[in-house]
Ligand binder design. Sequence first.
Ligand code: GUN
Length: 618
Amino acid sequence: MGKERITLEILGREGLARTGRFHTPHGVVMTPNIMPVINPNIRTLSMDQMKKAGTTCLITNSYIIRRNADLREKALKDGLHSLIGFDGPIMTDSGTFQSYVYGDVEFQNRDTVEFQLSVGSDISTILDIFSTPDDSRDKAADAVRVTAERFHEVEDLAETNDLSGPIQGSIYPELREESARIMSSSGASYLPIGGVVPLLEQYRYAELVDIIMSAKLNSNFSKPIHLFGGGHPMFMGMAVLLGVDMFDSASYVKYAKDGRMLYPEGTRDLKDIMELPYWSPLRDRYTAEELRREGEEKRKSLLAEHNLYAIFMEISEIRERIHEQTLWQYVESRARSHPSLFNAFKRILEYSGKMQDYLELYRKPPFMGFDNLSMKSPYAERLKSLEIRPDSVDASYYYSQGTGMSKKFLDEYYENSDNNYHFTWGELEIPVEMEESYPVQQAIMDGFPSIRVQRPTLINSGHARNFNLEKIRFLADFQFGKNSGKALFPDDSQITVSRSTGRIRTVSLEGKILATMRVHDGYLALTMEGGERIRKSSPEMKNRVMVTKESAEFNSQGKSVFFNFIKECDPGIIPYNDVLVVDPDDVLVAVGRPLVSGKEMMQYRKGVAVSINHHLKP
Ligand code: GUN
């Protein structure tokens, strides 16, 4: 058996953000996570202290090890893990950063990688070209090209080893896109975004948003994304929201040297503070004053300990936020801690459209509307894709948050006309048929200006139609594509509603249930009968996940679909929106809930892609 390879198994998600289990030859770590930087020459903290703070993986520099005869010999003889005194995953960097800071380094690319492999690094890094934010476009393009060539030089080593292929390209989005595509299609199994340290140091977060988005949207989602040098807690939440899985951080020591303390929202000078924060590991041993009076070396080590806690506290909060799907809201509120972050948050909103492909049909918590910026989030923006016809009539007057459209409106107008009606959320116009579905019903909008228009002139043409039938057809069109509503629900469908709330529960045809309306998000869940009607009416791969014959047999008995058994799928699949699981002959074997988008589905190799709700066989 060959060496175990790294893989990222996705557990939870919120848009581009994800939590996962990162499998490595030296164990499994949770993502997002941070690799503290260890300088093998200078140990500021003991390994015990580092582990206690939350360290589960590390990064160190192979260049420093190789240049020092003692370290080199020990690493070659006993291995990197023994040298460092850590048995978890260790990534090594190449000396690129040193060559950026000090000029040239004395080693070549291939021998740099071979050295890392020979000491047993879990992830080895090529000698990439660090492009700075000040580089001209030509110089940055050169860095991308040479970095690609350097990876190509070691492509054979990537067949049996995990190599990291840095994405360069300075501040030029199109170069970052190109670099991400090159590295994604290479043998690199790990993708750090490089050349960003100066931007981080200068708080140029909006440009970082462009860089991360260009890299992420053009990378293979099965390969973890790392932000080189991005270990200040201030920007981590935002980076994770855009799809970053891993950070490294030398900042815990760097800041400690300067007497500076990290906090989730920024940095404070030890000389200025009155108290240590409640969460600080130093708090039961020191007052701020005592810390100031400590000797320099001791104080540095103590501050490094504090700083390491600060970054792990933040990454743990970020993971929890993704688990409960409130990271967006967290980043939205934290953006107010610095104008540069706020500016970057506004930049993120410009990507709301591009993020649509990765957005879940719903999130567990309610949608929170604070102001017009909230209405630009991808979760609100998705509502814009719903067709509002130019002649749609504003019926906001008849809509009330919590109770939906009034009975008077439905009886007197909606059901007796062919008009399209909508209500408004600030600047957003929402078709009335969406009143029960995420995020409309599941929203907290206290005090948000829902524009109350004058009582509109509504048109009653005496044409009878049924609001509930129109509603489920509208939802079907939204969930499964245009004209799905009519195909799924014929005129003689029977709709049952809850006696207490009046909300739709099931839709049947000739005594067979076609779909139910999910209580938690107000969207449709298909049965096998409903799924078959959608299959017949959808062209080619639309709404489908096609699996191998062997998998189809398992799935037809209700077992989950695993990524590695998928042959093909609809790239338009929305996470958590029901899909049809079909065999290679397009026979429907199950319907279920996809855990990732169609764009991602063909990229992952490990884990569950679709959990089954209904299946063909007993
Ligand atoms: N450390 C910080 N930035 C970089 C980078 O761009 N490349 C490498 N290899 N290491 C880094």
